[in-house]
Ligand binder design. Structure first.
Ligand code: 6PG
Length: 479
């Protein structure tokens, strides 16, 4: 008997993906650099389905039916290249290597092109949902050629999360499209987490609530329009009490957020594409600020805050604050998603991927970390209008931000008055005001550029490029 699919790299994600395939009735070849892990998997979970353990790469490849489907689940970067180099020479034309790790999409493009020359398919695929998702149904975002999806798609769809029977898996687009979309998913994840953290901070510092009380607030929000996995687990984390000290868990954890890099990549790519993903950037920088222990220590005792009692007016403390923060959170979240989707659309145009943004919203409705009720509305927005410029002008979201506007402004003002950092809320609101502005001060910047560098400017009333002779008679000339 041969295996329909193989998984190499059996740390927790790889192991759980392999088990998921086996639980769905597929025979799975399993391989790991050290055989111990492979043996363990089969000993512990062999009863769940059909596994073909292989000690060597050669045996592993030989146990696969053709075209061979080899899923690699190792660390992004050099380890991935090393595993590709180990397996590619053993494969035959038409076989495929599937990289299910969090690779950078540029690496995926490079690998796909190189393996295509050798007659192999390379599929970079996003897989989201953590350990539990990998086992019980992740959201899957495969790139690569359409032919590879024909041979691989049905297996991936089998193990993916389902919404109303429909799999959270779709062919995203060629070469690096899948990993790109996964990267933006993680960028949005960063933004979402930052906004939730700011909401908590405001309720705690301005509202004077305990973590346990705030957990209840989040639990309440979770049954409304904010309903999502991240809101749900936030309530769980806030409710947790440290066994050793009896203190709230959040108070015993070092307040420095770490990152493995996907959020940073999202912002780097957005800079290249010229898409303002300010919400994601603020989230990445907020983590960096939190991690800057030395600079924080140098500043903490020195930089003065507002005088006591400042900002006590604006809904502080009362039920109004909770309602206001819910509005600010929802509106800022909409901005972050709007920015992320704009980035996907820009990349799709830049790299010729032809990504359907509505399909991305559809496969993020379950399985992944950013799964949320409101993704249904994003899907619907793109179903209505595929070329939507920004989610903010879709009826549902327009309604939501219009309704949230006053509260959103109160929350940002309160944070500023009380000296509570809320970069996510504030920058989302600034983005919103920037987008809706009839005139931006960018005109002045054009004037400054022309002044010091003769960079020229365009006029509102006629075609062409112009320059003012700033150093001479200050008359305008056509450039
Ligand atoms: C997912 C997660 C997953 C991982 C993040 C964590 O979709 O399942 O996003 O990919 O947990 O990369 O990222 P940081 O360590 O950078 O916070």
């Amino acid at each position: 008997e041969k295996a329909q699919i193989g998984v190499t790299g059996l740390a927790v994600m790889g192991r759980n993906l392999a088990r998921n395939f086996a639980r769905h009735g597929h025979t799975v070849a399993v391989h790991n650099r050290s055989y111990g892990r492979t043996k363990e998997l089969v000993e512990e979970f062999g009863h769940e389905g059909a596994f073909l353990p292989a000690e060597s790469a050669e045996d592993f490849v030989a146990s696969l039916e053709r075209p061979r489907r080899v899923v690699i689940m190792v660390k992004a970067g050099k380890p991935t290249d090393a595993v590709i180099e180990e397996f590619a020479p053993l494969l035959e034309p038409g076989d495929m290597i599937i990289d299910a790790g969090n690779a950078h999409f540029a690496d995926t493009r490079r690998r796909e092109a190189a393996l295509k020359e050798r007659g192999l398919h390379f599929v970079g695929t996003g897989v989201s949902g953590g350990e539990e998702g990998a086992l019980h149904g992740p959201s899957i975002m495969p790139g690569g050629s359409p032919e590879s999806y024909e041979a691989l798609g049905p297996l991936l769809e089998d193990i993916a999360a389902k919404v109303d029977g429909e799999p959270c898996c779709v062919h995203v687009g060629p070469d690096g499209a899948g990993h790109f979309v996964k990267m933006v998913h993680n960028g949005i994840e960063y933004a979402d987490m930052q906004l939730i953290a700011e909401a908590y901070d405001l309720l705690r510092q301005a509202g004077g609530h305990t973590p346990a009380e705030i957990a209840d607030v989040f639990r309440g929000w979770n049954s409304g329009r904010l309903g999502s996995y991240l809101i749900e687990i936030t309530a769980e984390v806030l409710r947790q009490v440290d066994a050793e000290t009896g203190k709230p868990f959040v108070d015993v954890v070092v307040d420095q957020a770490e990152q493995k890099g996907t959020g940073r990549w999202t912002v780097q790519s957005a800079l290249d594409l010229g898409v303002p993903v300010s919400g994601i950037a603020e989230a990445v920088f907020a983590r960096a600020l939190s991690g800057g222990a030395e600079v924080r220590a140098a500043a903490a005792g020195k930089l003065p805050g507002p005088s006591a009692g400042a900002g006590a007016g604006a809904g502080a403390g009362g039920a109004d604050l909770q309602a206001d923060v819910e509005q600010a959170l929802f509106a800022s979240k909409i901005v972050a998603y709007a920015q992320g989707f704009q980035q996907i659309q820009a990349a799709s145009a830049e790299y010729g991927w032809d990504i359907d943004p509505g399909a991305m919203a559809k496969i993020w409705r379950d399985g992944c970390i950013i799964r949320a009720k409101f993704l249904d509305h994003i899907k619907r927005a793109y179903d209505k209008q595929a070329g939507l410029q920004t989610l903010l002008v879709d009826d549902y979201f327009l309604d939501a931000v219009s309704g949230a506007q006053a509260a959103w402004r109160r929350v940002v003002a309160l944070a500023a008055e009380q000296g509570i950092p809320a970069p996510g809320f504030a920058s989302a609101l600034a983005y919103y005001d920037g987008l809706r502005a009839q005139r931006l001060p960018a005109a002045l910047i054009q004037g400054q550029r022309d002044f010091f560098g003769a960079h020229t400017y365009r006029r509102v009333d006629k075609e062409g490029a112009f320059h003012t002779m700033w150093g001479a008679d200050r008359n305008e000339v056509t450039a």
